[in-house]
Design a protein around this ligand. Structure first.
Ligand code: GLN
Length: 284
């Protein structure tokens, strides 16, 4: 279809048929919806609509990038997470559905009508902090990331979603928070081992390494956070961490070593133990 130098005029049905031969069907649909700024129902009900040459060229370029492996979220610059849609760029990790578990566990620990200080370490696009702030308007949320670019994406997301109970700052874990204490600390830190072969596969190839990898079999950031957390936690505050499929026991041991209580691990919807946490200085 795109063999000639000059693009032919094509319909929605024709261009989708071509795309389906080259990339995943859902990816093709999402990319065409993005180019035409329409929803799925529109594609289904307008199979004979003719695309302008600009639209078909733009779609063609996106399909080529997808064939080369570029993740769809980076091509459309957005990804849904929980009940919100976030801007993403190659400066931040693509939101993962499994991270919704961390948000659920956090929300379950944040009162609805009382103030509560929440910290999200390594906020990336801001999905965890922004979603918590949206669902708990009385909470006061602080989000931190080392990457200046990530901080600006997280701020764009907070503004776009009209979140006012959040402050997003650049910093290295707790280092910019001397003397500050929180009622809940959450993090989805980098936890993939530096030499993990998965880093050379699929979407991971395009995501920022700083957001993915950590030394010591992936546990270095988790250990740094758990060790540094206690002086930043109010009595009975929770620390909740997302981690890799084989890191739950190590994570719980680190929490035990720092005298956390009520330590638990929880599987995600795929049955993979994905989040561990504990409560600090529990009252008797
Ligand atoms: N908190 C962000 C997320 O969960 C970024 C995490 C990261 O960069 N490791 O997607």
């Amino acid at each position: 279809m795109f063999g000639n130098d000059k693009l032919q005029l094509v319909t929605i049905a024709q261009i989708l048929r071509w795309a389906y031969q080259n990339i995943d069907r859902i990816d093709a649909r999402i990319l065409l919806e993005y180019v035409l700024q329409v929803n799925h129902a529109f594609l289904l009900t307008h199979p004979d609509q003719v695309l302008s040459s600009t639209e078909s060229e733009c779609f063609y370029q996106l399909v080529i990038q997808r064939i080369e492996g570029m993740p769809v979220a980076y091509l459309t610059n957005e990804r849904a997470f929980y009940d919100l849609v976030f801007n993403v760029t190659t400066a931040v990790l693509i939101p993962r559905p499994e991270t919704e578990l961390l948000v659920d566990l956090a929300l379950a620990r944040i009162p609805i009508n009382e103030t509560c200080r929440v910290l999200d370490l390594g906020t990336g696009s801001g999905i965890i902090a922004v979603t918590i702030a949206k669902h708990r308007p009385c909470a006061n949320v602080v989000a931190i990331d080392l990457s200046v670019d990530a901080v600006s994406i997280a701020r764009i997301n907070a503004n776009k979603l009209d979140i006012n109970n959040i402050s997003i700052i650049q910093g290295d874990w707790f280092n910019g928070l001397i003397g500050e204490k929180f009622d809940l600390v959450v993090s989805n830190p980098p936890y993939i081992a530096v030499h993990d072969p998965h880093l050379e596969q699929g979407d991971l190839r395009f995501e920022p390494r700083i957001a993915l990898t950590s030394d010591d079999d992936g546990l270095a950031c988790i250990r740094d956070i758990i060790r540094a957390a206690p002086i930043h936690l109010h009595p009975d505050a929770w620390l909740l961490l997302e981690h890799g499929y084989n890191q739950a026991a190590a994570c719980r041991q680190l929490l035990i070593d720092e005298s956390f209580s009520n330590i638990f691990s929880q599987p995600d919807l795929a049955g993979i133990i994905r989040v561990s946490g504990g409560q600090y200085n529990c009252s008797p």
